[in-house]
Design a binder for this molecule. Structure first.
Ligand SMILES: [Zn+2]
Length: 120
């Protein structure tokens, strides 16, 4: 008996190169525009928590800061992000931004990995 179930239609997946569309974002600090790649996304999540979105894919309201150490520093020490996102910037986030600004400054230096192993 043939019940007439049609064979699954083959799904076509587009894998070719994307059309020339480079997303441009504005740094919340210096207002410079650059491509998304050069910017760090800061996102306010549903619960109001503001975090650095390293994947660039988190849901929520996002703003961007560029990779200039100065901008990260200003973002860490001012209310620029708080205003852009209408949220509170936690001390943890500020510290993270400060670290990031240091990382960009010291990018040439070998990152000294501090292994603070817990010895009991
Ligand atoms: Zn900037």
């Amino acid at each position: 008996m043939i019940d007439g179930t049609p064979p699954p239609a083959p799904k076509r997946q587009r894998k070719g190169p994307r059309p020339k569309h480079i997303p441009v974002r504005t740094c919340a600090v210096c207002r410079d525009q650059s491509t998304k790649r050069a910017l760090t996304r800061i996102v306010r999540q549903h619960d109001g928590q503001v975090i650095v979105d390293l994947t660039g894919r988190l849901n929520g309201r996002g703003t961007y800061i560029c990779d200039k150490p100065k901008c990260r520093e200003i973002a860490a020490n001012s209310e620029v992000l708080a205003k852009a996102l209408n949220a509170t910037i936690t001390p943890e986030l500020r510290e993270q931004l400060r670290q990031m600004s240091r990382e960009t400054t010291l990018s040439v230096e070998s990152a000294a990995t501090e292994n603070s192993e817990v010895t009991e």
